[in-house]
Design a protein around this ligand. Structure first.
Ligand code: ADP
Length: 262
């Protein structure tokens, strides 16, 4: 294997090391460690308030950690190392680093004053990643990927929730991130719109990008995930390959949770 190939295979390796996070007296994350291989799909499940979303937000430094650290392909997220100390990056450098981590929010968060195409090309143009022509061409490819090529000129409010979320997914891909994080991407949708969004995410899994998905959709996890992580009260209670964790959970809390959601 050449060095280039070796690098290619290691794109998007997330390492979470002993991460702690509190809000005042409340501990939201308690000593979380997780190794997420490049190109894998990891689904995080657990009851409401267990810290899933907080954990996801730490992976692109939308949330500052109180202890521990996170690396993607060996690079510290939100910090730089000097000697044996970590110093928080400047806002500008945090934004630069975030380009390699796409994020899909529960509530889509499209810019309401921009049309679909403008939503997608905004970041690539702001970061001077592509020329305008290249950005538009790439945006149209991404719209085809999410099945919305004909909606390039539509305004967000003219779209259904499922369509808006598919645009948000295309937008998250526009900077060609190493990693895509999905924070309950279907929980704000009417039930009949959930399937179309899950299908788009399922297709992305075949692109070989590292994906981490917080969701209550166990059927989706079973079909798409390589790895499932169960969290409760700020801790990882159990994790494993999808079939083992969903079919043969070892911990009582995992069994009880699965019995309630399945
Ligand atoms: P989940 O995604 O599993 O529902 P969260 O990560 O959203 O859980 O929340 C974990 C815990 O941290 C909850 O108890 C929640 O109330 C608390 N929390 C999350 N965000 C904040 C915040 N910005 N300020 C204070 N408490 C927060």
């Amino acid at each position: 294997m050449t060095i280039n190939q070796a690098q290619h295979h290691s794109i998007g390796h997330i390492q979470i090391h002993n991460v702690f996070k509190s809000y005042g007296a409340h501990t939201a994350l308690q000593d979380i460690s997780l190794d997420i291989p490049a190109g894998s799909v990891t689904v995080i499940i657990g009851p409401s308030g267990s810290g899933k979303s907080t954990l996801l937000r730490t992976i692109n430094h939308l949330e500052r950690v109180d202890g521990g650290f996170i690396q993607i392909d060996g690079e510290f997220i939100g910090y730089r190392q000097q000697g044996d100390k970590l110093y928080e990056l400047k806002e500008r450098d945090i934004l630069k680093q975030r380009k390699s981590v796409g994020y899909v929010f529960q509530n889509f968060n499209l810019f309401p004053h921009l049309n679909v195409l403008q939503n997608i090309i905004e970041a690539p143009l702001a970061h001077k990643k592509y020329s305008k022509e290249q950005a538009i061409s790439k945006a149209n490819q991404l719209l085809s990927l999410v099945g919305l090529r004909e909606k390039a000129d539509a305004w967000p409010k003219q779209l259904s929730g499922g369509q808006q979320q598919r645009v948000a997914i295309a937008r998250a891909l526009a900077l060609d991130p190493k990693v895509i994080l999905f924070d309950e991407p279907t929980s704000a949708l009417d039930p009949e719109l959930v399937g179309e969004v899950l299908n788009v995410i399922k297709n992305l899994a075949q692109l070989g990008k590292t994906m981490v998905v917080v969701t209550h959709e166990i059927g989706f996890a079973r079909e798409v995930a390589d790895h499932v992580v169960f969290m409760d009260q700020g801790r990882i209670i159990e994790q494993g390959n999808t079939k083992d964790l969903l079919e043969f959970p070892k911990e009582e809390r995992t069994k009880n949770f699965l019995a309630r959601v399945l």
